[in-house]
Design a protein around this ligand. Structure first.
Ligand SMILES: Cc1ncc(COP(=O)(O)O)c(C=O)c1O
Length: 313
C-alpha cells in the first residue's frame, strides 16, 4: 500500500518536515533490527476526531523498549501529547499513527548500547488493511510464530515482523488474504499482524498470550466489549482444528480492526457469512471508536481536527 505523505513528522521532541525524517544506512537498526514501534488509529467523530486507546499503545511501546533495554527519554504523557500535537499540526484525520523507537547511528557490532535512541512519530491516512468486502479467505501458515525464549512476542519489535513477512508472503502467493501462525507446539497463535478469536456454541475463545501472541490492544478491547455484552469469554490454548469447526472466526488489530474470516484453508467458517457474534462485537467497537456510542471505557483521546470523512453508523 503506497504511503500517503503528510507535512510533519515528530522527531525527538520537534516537528520536522516529512522529507527530512531520514536515517543513515549505518544506523544500528538497519543492520540488527533494533527498533520497537506502535500502530494506532485516529477515528472520525461526529465532531472532530479521536485517537483510540492512545495511552495503552504508548505504554506498550515503553514496555517493548524496556524488554530490549532501550531507554526512551520521554514519559507516557509526553509521548501521548506528541501524538496529539502531530495530528493537529498535520490536520489529517482519520489517520494511522506510527511511533517508532530505534537505535540510530553510533557504533557497528551487535551490542546496541553505543548507538543513540531516536523516537519518531508519523501519521498518515490508511483505510482498510485486509482487502475485500465481507469475510477474508485465509490459510494456516507453514511458518510457526517465534518460540518462547527466542524473540519475545510481548515486545512489538520490528524484528518480529520478519516472521510476519514470511507468513504473510506465503499466504499472498497462494492466493489468501492473510496467514495464521501456529506456535512452536502447533497451537493457534495469531495472524501475521492480528490476534484471532473463535466463536463456538456461543462462547468466545482466544489464545492466551503465552501462545506467542502480541498483547493486542484491539484484543483487549474486544474482550472488554464481549464481557460487557454478556458473552462467555475463554482465553485458552486452541488446537488448529478448532478453527475448522468454529461457528465464527475473526481477526482483531489496529490495522485490521475487527475482520471476519470466511474460510480457512478453503474450509468455510460456519456457512461462510459473517456471524451474529462477530457482527455484534464489530458494531459495538466501531460505534465507540466513531463516537456514536458513549466512550464508556475511556478509550478516546480527542484531537482538534475535523475528520475528512463523515462517521458511518
Ligand atoms: C503480530 C500482531 N498481533 C496482533 C496485533 C494486534 O495488536 P493491536 O490490536 O494492538 O493492534 C498486531 C498489530 O499490531 C500484530 O502485528
Amino acid at each position: 500500500m503506497p504511503i500517503k505523505t503528510t507535512s510533519k513528522i515528530w522527531h525527538n521532541g520537534k516537528l520536522i518536515p516529512w522529507e527530512q525524517a531520514t536515517i543513515h544506512v549505518m544506523s544500528h537498526v538497519i543492520h540488527y533490527g533494533s527498533s520497537v514501534f506502535e500502530g494506532i488509529r485516529c477515528y472520525a467523530q461526529p465532531q472532530g476526531s479521536a485517537v483510540f486507546r492512545l495511552p495503552e499503545h504508548m505504554q506498550r511501546m515503553l514496555d517493548s523498549a524496556k524488554i530490549y533495554r532501550m531507554e526512551i527519554p520521554y514519559t507516557l504523557d509526553e509521548l501521548c501529547a506528541a501524538v496529539v500535537e502531530l495530528i493537529e499540526a498535520n490536520g489529517v484525520a482519520p489517520c494511522y499513527i506510527r511511533p517508532i523507537t530505534l537505535r540510530g547511528y553510533g557504533e557497528i557490532g551487535v551490542s546496541p548500547t553505543g548507538s543513540p535512541i531516536e523516537v519518531y512519530i508519523a501519521n498518515f491516512p490508511w483505510g482498510k488493511y485486509i482487502p475485500g468486502k465481507g469475510g477474508a479467505d485465509v490459510c494456516i501458515s507453514s511458518w510457526n510464530r517465534m518460540a518462547p525464549n527466542t524473540m519475545p512476542t510481548l515486545a512489538k519489535a520490528s524484528s518480529n515482523y520478519m516472521n510476519s513477512q514470511l507468513i504473510h508472503m506465503e499466504a499472498e502467493i497462494n492466493g489468501y488474504a492473510e496467514g495464521i501462525g501456529l506456535d512452536v507446539n502447533g497451537l493457534v497463535s495469531e495472524g501475521s499482524g492480528e490476534n484471532i478469536f473463535i466463536v463456538r456454541n456461543g462462547v468466545l475463545y482466544t489464545p492466551p498470550l503465552a501462545n506467542s501472541a502480541l498483547s493486542g490492544i484491539t484484543r483487549d478491547s474486544v474482550l472488554t466489549i464481549a464481557r460487557h455484552l454478556g458473552l462467555t469469554v475463554v482465553e485458552q490454548p486452541l488446537p488448529r482444528e478448532m478453527l475448522y469447526i468454529a461457528d465464527e472466526v475473526f481477526f482483531t488489530g489496529t490495522a485490521a480492526e475487527v475482520q471476519p474470516i470466511r474460510s480457512i484453508d478453503r474450509i468455510l467458517v460456519g456457512d461462510g457469512n459473517t456471524g451474529e457474534t462477530t457482527r455484534q462485537i464489530a458494531d459495538e467497537f466501531f460505534a465507540i471508536a466513531n463516537g456514536l456510542k458513549p466512550d464508556r471505557f475511556g478509550w478516546l483521546t480527542p484531537v482538534k481536527v475535523n475528520a475528512g470523512e463523515a462517521v458511518k453508523a
